[in-house]
Design a protein around this ligand. Sequence first.
Ligand SMILES: Cc1ncc(COP(=O)(O)O)c(C=O)c1O
Length: 399
Amino acid sequence: MNPNLDALLPYPFERLTRLTANAPPPKGRSLIRMSIGEPRHDPPPALVRHLQESLSDLGRYPTARGEAELRNAISDWATRRFSLKSGTLNPDTQILPVSGTREGLFAFAQTIIDSRQAPVVAMPNPFYQIYEGAAILAGAQPVFLNTFSNTGYIPELDAIPKDIWKRCQLLYLCSPGNPTGTVLQLSFYENVLELADRYDFVVAADECYSELYCDEARPPLGILDAAVRLGRDRFERIVVFHSLSKRSSVPGLRSGFVAGDPRLIEAFHRYRTYHGCALPIPVQKASIWAWRDETHVASNRALYRQKFHAAEVILKPVLPLEIPPAGFYLWPTVPENEEQFARKLHAEEGVLTLPGIYLSRSTPQGDPGGNRVRISLVPDLAETSEALTRIRSFVERHY
Ligand SMILES: Cc1ncc(COP(=O)(O)O)c(C=O)c1O
């Protein structure tokens, strides 16, 4: 058996199931799940139609490279979205489809890491759990960059000693962040890319929340536009991952892409040829529609904005709450131990939230998930408002 399997920690939702096993929700009350980041808005009908209309394509094997039309649609989207000059992102050499960013983020580490060199994979803390699992299974040591509120939830690059950076082969970034919603800015990317050059590592930017932002006039900066502004329009050492799961509310479609440095994309393609995660052609056809349409994405954003507004009105008066610029999570500090808070809230109000420490790791500087819970604003507005009202009465009753 692969010994690295033993180093994997139980997944957050496994821990949550254990935590709440003996604390059932009150009888006669619906359970409202705000623990998992699974979008629950209706999928766009046109996307479903494209999927249905192309089912006859199931008779063909898809390729790892994907259909040219899909890569063209992705290139056009990224060019528009990140204000790139036409031709900056070559659809044949700089883009590959992935079966959702989860799959792509995991597999990418297996492509990049040279396990003979005592490798390190750096990542924010708290973080999307796949980064750590991918690092461990690739034979690397995960190293955590804390994101505390007093530094604006920006990963603390300076806290990592030189000898660790020297061993770093891959850095995962997440912007907008899960769970903080923080958007990384140009000066941060400048520092990161300077470190990447100095210590010779690759940056994998996870931007799966990039299209869910609060201010229509200010879409989040991405690593592609940051790189161009920093004079790196060949995207050396950089790849970015995007997804339709959150943008188009289709987490079950399993469709996203990776783009960037052609040298890395070619190596990743080689890996994927054997890995065997090609997107079914009907999925690709539905995805072509989704990358070309912005109307459904704007409607999605409007729904999340309404839910953040509800959180501000209902919950903020009783719980310190920062409304993030993007994403769909609340990440409040809670008045007692995060596990006890989540367990009691589940038992008394039937609302499921995720203890912050399930998404973070303890470090000598502390645990950025301590005394926090993650609340996913994924149910519809009525159910979200009901959950927020229940959380409010729970807080008022106890604290
Ligand atoms: C930060 C982050 N990255 C990646 C993913 C994976 O999304 P998908 O595989 O559906 O694209 C998620 C899902 O919740 C996430 O929160």
